[in-house]
Design a protein around this ligand. Sequence first.
Ligand SMILES: *Cc1c(COP(=O)(O)O)cnc(C)c1O
Length: 359
Amino acid sequence: MILFNDFVSEYHALKSEIDGAIAGVLARGWFILGEEVAQFERELADFLGVRFCVGVASGTDALTLSLMALEIGLGDEVIAPSMTAFPTITGIINAGATPVVVDVQPEDGLIDPQAIRAQITEKTKAIIPVHLYGQACDMAAIRQIADEYGLKIVEDCAQACGADYLGEKVGNFGECGAFSFYPTKNLGAYGDAGAITTNDENLYQRLRALRNYGQTTRYYHVAPGLNSRLDELQAAILRVKLKHLGDWNQQRAALAEIYHANLTNVIPLAHRQGEHIYHLYVVRTSEREHLQAYLQAHQIQTLIHYPVPAHQQPAFRGRRGSDLGNSKKMAAEILSLPIHPWLELHQVEEIVDRINTFR
Ligand SMILES: *Cc1c(COP(=O)(O)O)cnc(C)c1O
């Protein structure tokens, strides 16, 4: 079976480092907001070239806390793409704000800047561009719109840890960048975890309090906040894995090149070489259901990201989104092929072969 993800191979490759990191935390007996979290925040900030980083409990919370720190909530509208992981929307709703979803570009699935412009109202306070599948949105166009209307930007970087945009890493282009370390992400914890980046020191201080029930010094609370902390065990594991992330992202890019150069029969989404980190390798085909079943029959796992756009989810009922033809069409045609650092060259060649001989 060619697996979509392979956490067991990963653990075996890193076993001594991971076991040592976990044993170190247990031996020190300090589990919440300690040395490991502080070091990980520093190391991730350095990797991303950003001033500040705050470890939190998940990517969803990273979005919610970013909006809370920006004082965006009840009565405020936040614009996001409809083709995204639903937690992008959950993050907005948990902050008390109103999500407004807009369409994506058909060639790459990224939020369409012109569609953002069309949905801005008096109530709009922020834009959440999602760097979908590991590729940055058109941040120059989005920043221009944000500045024109006085809006904040919270980047959803959950799928794009290490992705570049014009020579800088994502997480640097908004007031905040929200990261997820859900196990399947390019940098994945062995459980739930997330982080927020910012280049603004005031926001950084607010975020540190908000993730820890609004506490500034022990037992003094400036706001209710959330309990959303990255724990020491996950931070220790993430520190081990962060050292490999650059290499892993390059290995994914090399596999993507093989797909890109050799696939016929399906249409790969547009990708900008050198910037994309290929969290997912997504192709389009009008024969999606048949192709997926055929690959499954040949022991090749594939997934669909995502079969139902946000605006068509039952959880979104009664909310505002419009003109979402590209998202709907994409949802019906996309298929994600295996791509991860433990996938071997001959396996990628086998996948290409199967797809090219499918009819
Ligand atoms: C994974 C993901 C999230 C949510 O992250 P969690 O850590 O699972 O809460 C949010 N947005 C996008 C685009 C994601 O892929």
